[in-house]
Write a protein that binds this ligand. Structure first.
Ligand SMILES: Nc1ncnc2c1ncn2[C@@H]1O[C@H](COP(=O)(O)OP(=O)(O)OP(=O)(O)O)[C@@H](O)[C@H]1O
Length: 491
């Protein structure tokens, strides 16, 4: 706009038509440019204008119309200036000796053809308009330019020829030279527009493909993260996903001093499981077990059980632990806050029993849970490069497992130390007696009976107990060392 303004000031006659044409063209172009950029500074403009600007900038047709209107305004301004300029020249005889009369206005009529070429460039360069618009509009501009030259500027161009080629040697008349310039510029620019359009289409396709690939990669990453979060506890998953410098074979392990461990099994499930055609070669039994375990898993989704972590299932045995999340370690040293997670683990055990009870009611089964809980130090770690598995090890885990295996169907068996801690939370126990635990000798154990102050007392032992045949099975399943303890207890 600045260049056009300077050129107009130097070349054009300063009459009212030129000034009005210049002012109107400039005002409209400035208004259109402003309209196009309103979207970038929305707070200074009316909402309707901002919306219209957005709509235009984001639609191909809108951008095409915008660029075409700008081109038409520039071309029209140029034609008006050309006609206005031609009015200032009074035809008189010109020959090789004609001197340039500086009082004449419109001394450089070829300027308008050069200006037409500038308008052509302006109409072709923007990437946005459609190729068709880039061809049709410039063609019309060139045809009109040639027509105006022939109709209004013929004499003026002849005079310019004579004045600039004083010796009258052979030369190409300006009218032809300028028309050829316009046609050649037009052809070259159309070729350039075509190349640019093909380039921008290829770029667009590449951009789309890159975007699709990026989305696919994000999707795969999201799925991988969800998988890792499903396989590993949240704090371990964060460690693996966040630690990019981690060596592939680096072992993750963590020692804990105060952890609760729960084993819960369905002792009569092995009787129920059979591979016969009536239950689709055992598939129905597995479907049932899957339903039970999924219901137990669903309990862990509850907010109050968010610090309980499922370790694994071993057959029909469900293994869980509490106090593993380092973020929930409390600074309060009281027993109640240190072992809150252990009481939640017991709450979880009760909820598991309720869940199984409700499945029993729906499926007319009589499954019961045999559970064991223990607390103490453990070591946790992730084992394996493929199918990595988070597990916990230590004496605490072994004893918790023994509490379950030597326990009674429908009961939660705990060690004496665990019962001492849980008493702080209002749980009441019934002494079971000494139980022989491999590697530990005779351990005094307790059955959890109820929780004091609970609206509905949870009488653990009064839950549906296993039939005597089941107890015999359980006794058979237990290790020899456990069997003596179990049978003496039953007697
Ligand atoms: N991380 C664990 N996951 C599952 N079960 C475990 C885990 N750690 C220990 N156990 C179980 O605890 C029980 C007691 O383990 P312990 O090391 O005392 O004896 P063991 O000699 O390994 O057992 P067994 O006599 O049954 O072979 C075992 O039955 C074992 O399966």
């Amino acid at each position: 706009m600045v260049i056009i303004s300077i050129a107009q000031l130097i070349v054009l006659p300063r009459d009212s038509l030129s000034i009005i044409s210049f002012a109107v063209t400039m005002a409209v172009l400035i208004a259109l440019t402003l309209f196009a950029v309103i979207e970038q500074v929305p707070k200074y403009f009316l909402e309707g204008l901002v919306t219209a600007s957005k709509r235009m900038n984001h639609s191909l047709l809108g951008r095409c119309i915008f660029a075409s209107v700008c081109t038409v305004i520039l071309a029209t301004g140029n034609i008006v200036d050309t006609i206005g300029c031609s009015q200032h020249y009074h035809v008189h005889e010109v020959n090789c000796t004609t001197e340039l009369n500086m009082t004449d206005e419109c001394l450089y009529p070829s300027y308008f053809s050069h200006m037409t070429v500038m308008v052509l460039i302006a109409s072709v360069v923007p990437i946005q308009p459609l190729f068709v618009a880039k061809v049709i509009l410039p063609t019309i501009i060139v045809l009109v330019g040639i027509l105006v030259n022939v109709t209004f500027l013929w004499d003026l161009l002849v005079r310019e020829d004579v004045v600039s080629h004083r010796h009258c040697s052979s030369y190409t008349p300006a009218i032809f030279a300028l028309s050829s310039t316009m046609i050649l510029a037009h052809s070259g620019l159309i070729l350039l527009a075509r190349v640019m359009e093909v380039g921008s289409r290829v770029l667009f396709l590449w951009k789309n493909e890159a975007e699709e690939q990026r989305e696919r990669a994000c999707d795969i990453r999201r799925k991988n993260e969800a998988l890792v979060h499903n396989i590993l506890p949240p704090h371990v998953a964060v460690h693996f996903l966040g630690n990019k410098k981690r060596q592939h074979e680096e072992l993750y392990s963590q020692s804990y001093s105060e952890i609760g461990v729960l084993f819960a099994s369905m002792p009569n499930f092995s009787d129920f499981y059979s591979e016969e055609s009536v239950n689709n070669q055992g598939l129905e039994c597995l479907r049932f077990l899957n339903e039970v375990i999924s219901d137990f898993d669903a309990l862990l989704e509850l907010k109050k059980f968010q610090d309980i972590i499922k370790i694994k299932t071993i057959g029909s045995t469900y293994m869980a632990a509490s106090g593993l999340n380092p973020q929930t370690v409390t600074k309060d040293d009281s027993i109640k806050s240190r072992w809150l997670h252990l009481s939640l683990l017991v709450e979880f055990a009760f909820e598991m029993r309720k869940a199984l009870q409700s499945i029993n009611e729906q499926s007319f089964n009589h499954f019961v849970l045999k559970m064991g809980v223990n607390h103490g130090p453990i070591t946790a770690g992730v084992i394996g490069a493929r199918k990595p598995h988070y597990d916990i090890w230590g004496n605490t885990v072994n004893v918790a497992s023994r509490m379950e295996s030597t326990g009674k169907a429908g009961c939660i068996q705990v060690t004496e130390e665990t019962s001492e801690i849980l008493k702080h939370f209002g749980y009441q126990f019934e002494q079971r007696g000494l139980v022989a635990v491999k590697g530990k000798g005779q351990l005094m154990t307790y059955y959890l009976v109820s929780k004091a102050g609970d609206g509905h007392q949870q009488h653990v032992i009064s839950e549906p107990s296993a039939p005597s045949a089941e107890l015999a099975n359980i006794a058979e399943e237990a290790e020899p060392s456990d069997q003596s303890a179990l049978l003496s207890d039953e007697l």
